[in-house]
Design a protein around this ligand. Structure first.
Ligand code: HEC
Ligand code: HEC
Length: 264
């Protein structure tokens, strides 16, 4: 039984990761030198964050746990064009946010981890990688599917119904306890709640963004198969569980404009 699940998981993960090869091939075609090395390091950090940014993600999730295929998947918050749209005003911080600050927001919130030094090799590598993905896209433009996409319907969530579908469609990979499936220092399937998951300060902790991500991308390899309402119900179930607190939450939305589904 366990073996069948693992084989199916392996095949699905392989199918989904075909896109990723194109990015690796494009990087391999760049002239050798420090710039290519930095772009390569950036991609490694995104795909295997615990190994390439040691000490910064104690929970063990990678950026690519959410930014599927390393930020190249529409509606899984891709980065095609990101260097031309930031800095930009963020209602959450009440200030203009640079790309480096946005990256560290994901370290502190989505990864419940430790930010990178702004002048570190790792930060420069992440910016180099995102600049590489943004090549050829005019400033203020963006590739397809920025963010997590949008949902057409927005009725109130039915958390009990979300639990029933979760058991049916998600638990085989993410487990009934939401703990995911480990593979060494990182995850073959990332956790959805508990100490190793994103904290309450993350966008994914809000039902709206989580439901949009789930509707477009999950179950892995079958994105678009759930109804919007089912995705909202499951997102509500996932986010009804305990997860880490966010220490700096009192500083968020200093000028108002707090989204309705904010956690605090
Ligand atoms: C738990 C899921 C999750 C993880 C893990 C995660 N992020 Fe994010 N990230 C998000 C969400 C959600 C958004 C907001 C998307 C939106 O605007 O709708 C986001 C946004 C971003 C953005 C801005 C995108 C834009 O279009 O403005 C950047 C850059 C980014 N993340 C980088 C990273 C990096 C680098 C890592 C790894 C250190 C990481 N993220 C890990 C969920 C995650
Ligand atoms: C076939 C296995 C599989 C199934 C089934 C599956 N997932 Fe995932 N899920 C993954 C993997 C693997 C990732 C990380 C992305 C990657 O590696 O491409 C992921 C990532 C996620 C993430 C973002 C990362 C995190 O841990 O927060 C969420 C949220 C999520 N899945 C929710 C769901 C929900 C809800 C369902 C059921 C509707 C579901 N998944 C079904 C394998 C699966």
């Amino acid at each position: 039984m366990q073996r069948t699940i693992l084989c199916t998981l392996f095949l699905l993960v392989q199918a989904v990761h075909v896109y990723a090869d194109e990015t690796d091939a494009a990087i391999a075609n760049l002239p050798e030198g420090p710039e290519r090395s930095s772009i390569e390091l950036g991609r490694h950090i995104v795909l295997d964050t615990p190994r390439y940014a040691p000490g910064h993600v104690p929970g063990g999730m990678s950026c690519a746990s959410c930014h599927i295929d390393g930020g190249t998947r529409p509606n899984a918050s891709p980065w095609y064009g990101i260097t031309g749209v930031l800095p930009a005003y963020s209602a959450r911080s009440g200030t203009a946010v640079t790309l480096e600050q946005r990256i560290n927001d994901c370290f502190r919130r989505s990864e419940n981890g430790v930010p990178l030094a702004l002048d570190s090799m790792e930060m420069k590598a992440l910016v180099a990688y995102m600049s590489f993905l943004s090549r050829g896209i005019a400033p203020r433009q963006f590739g397809p599917g920025r963010g997590m996409g949008h949902l057409a319907s927005a009725r109130d969530p039915d958390t009990a119904h979300g639990q029933a579908i979760y058991i049916q469609k998600c638990a085989a990979c993410h487990s009934a306890s939401g703990s995911g499936m480990r593979s060494g220092a990182t995850y073959a399937v990332p956790p959805l709640w508990g100490d190793a998951s994103y904290n309450i300060g993350a966008s994914m902790a809000r039902v709206g963004p989580a439901a949009a991500f789930i509707a477009h991308n999950m179950p892995l390899g079958q994105g678009g198969s759930l109804s919007d309402q089912d995705a909202i119900d499951i997102a509500s179930y996932v986010n009804s569980h305990p997860r880490p607190d966010y220490a700096d939450k009192a500083a968020d939305w200093p000028n108002g404009d707090k989204p309705e589904d904010a956690r605090y």
